[in-house]
Design a protein. Structure first.
Length: 415
């Protein structure tokens, strides 16, 4: 057997380690909204200024994805992941020292924290798994890795809320920095040598015998000229707008409704818990149905859920039920999106090409976080943001239908 063939025996060790890394980086990142009110109370910077720093973090997290993916495609993921964790921890530890100004907060959280979290996130981890696993197991692998990030949100949201209550927001930030550094051994376990890139290229060529590897630049030109790839970008833009708005401003919405801060932290935790089921379901679905139809129903359900939330009484139970519904598709869009890219262009440059869709995701995220802050300053509530979120979700659902995607081919049953 060729040495470039992926090993079935490596599935669980590889996938669980990647999921553990996602738990740390996404758990901390998706819980940042809990710090908005304490930082504002302590520094007096204003919600709009803090929201801008959070919006910069959304954009930088996406902008680093294709860069980190390209480096990982070339040299392997280990060093990229380790560097990401160190930079993320540095940004977290520097935040209490620099938060006295808007520019300092944007540098610590918006640049360092976000760049580190992005370099040790989806594009590198899912790309690494896809290059090491057979096509029949990639959908489930991406679902499990994605579920790791959701489990991190379930764990970190209430944990950080307790730490804020016990030690203040600064003590919680320092604690998060230490937790991030504790994940460094995982990066070591996922290291890949330079030879791995050549093995991955050989394996990708064997899976797509008609596709010649003409280099990264050619792959980028081919992808950007493909309408289906651009439609994926459009849908993912909306996903980023939706998630960043909620993860940044849901605690503020809870406060406007006169409910305690614990309702916000538990709502974020419930979203993470629900998305574990959603991510696993998405991993299964993309192996049995066309990913574009999975994405259509996910985005359409978000538009419906926002409409139901706006019509419901604003009680703790409403927020918890809303969190369950949202959580099921929260980051479950990742496996079908990565799956379509793999089908269209193969896995050789999947980390880079998927990283670019994550950049579109986070351009939407920048707008979701920032415009939410402007909305609350201008009108005193988030009503127009909810309407925009609902309209964009409906548009994203429609965008996925024309995507070019071959039908799912089921393997014949074993004799």
């Amino acid at each position: 057997m060729p040495t470039t063939a992926p090993s079935h025996n490596r599935f669980w060790p590889l996938v669980l380690l990647a999921a553990a890394m996602m738990m740390v980086t996404m758990g901390g990142r998706q819980s940042l909204g809990l710090f908005v009110s304490p930082i504002n109370t302590d520094t007096g910077l204003g919600i709009a200024t803090i929201s801008f720093a959070m919006a910069v973090a959304q954009f930088v997290w996406g902008a680093i994805q294709p860069v980190a993916g390209a480096v990982a495609d070339r040299y392997g993921p280990g060093r990229v992941l380790a560097a990401g964790l160190v930079v993320m921890a540095a940004g977290t530890a520097l935040t209490p020292l620099l938060a006295s100004s808007g520019w300092g907060l944007s540098f610590a959280i918006g640049l360092l924290f976000a760049a580190g979290a992005g370099a040790s996130s989806f594009s590198v981890l899912i790309g690494a798994a896809a290059q090491r696993l057979p096509a029949s197991r990639r959908g489930m692998a991406s679902g499990i890795i994605n579920a790791g990030g959701s489990f991190g949100q379930f764990v970190f949201a209430p944990l950080l809320q307790k730490l804020i209550g016990a030690f203040g927001w600064m003590g919680a930030m320092y604690s998060l920095a230490l937790i991030t550094l504790a994940a460094l051994p995982i990066a070591g376990a996922l290291r890949g040598r330079r030879e791995h890139a050549e093995a991955a290229a050989a394996h990708a060529a064997s899976e797509h015998p008609g596709r010649e590897d003409k280099g990264l630049r050619h792959a980028l030109r081919e992808a950007m000229a493909d309408r289906s790839y651009l439609l994926l970008h459009a849908g993912f833009f909306t996903c980023g707008f939706h998630i960043a708005f909620l993860v940044t401003h849901l605690p503020g919405e809870v406060g406007l409704c006169g409910l305690p801060a614990d309702v916000a932290s538990w709502s974020l935790a419930i979203i993470g818990l629900s998305n574990i089921a959603g991510s696993l379901a998405a991993g299964w679905a993309v192996q049995n149905y066309r990913s574009k139809y999975v994405l259509f129903w996910m985005y359409a359900s978000r538009a419906l859920l926002v409409a139901l939330y706006l019509a419901a009484p604003k009680t703790a139970l409403t927020f918890y039920l809303f969190a369950i519904g949202l959580g099921f598709t929260w980051l479950a869009t990742v496996p079908p999106t990565a799956g379509v890219i793999g089908k269209l262009f193969g896995t050789r440059y999947l980390a880079t090409l998927f990283g670019l869709t994550l950049l579109s995701h986070q351009i939407g995220g920048f707008l979701g976080a920032w415009l939410g802050g402007l909305a609350i300053v201008a009108s005193g509530d988030y009503t127009w943001m909810w309407y925009a979120d609902m309209a964009l979700s409906a548009a994203a659902a429609v965008c996925n239908l024309p995507i070019r995607e071959a039908p799912v081919r089921h393997a014949p049953a074993a004799a």
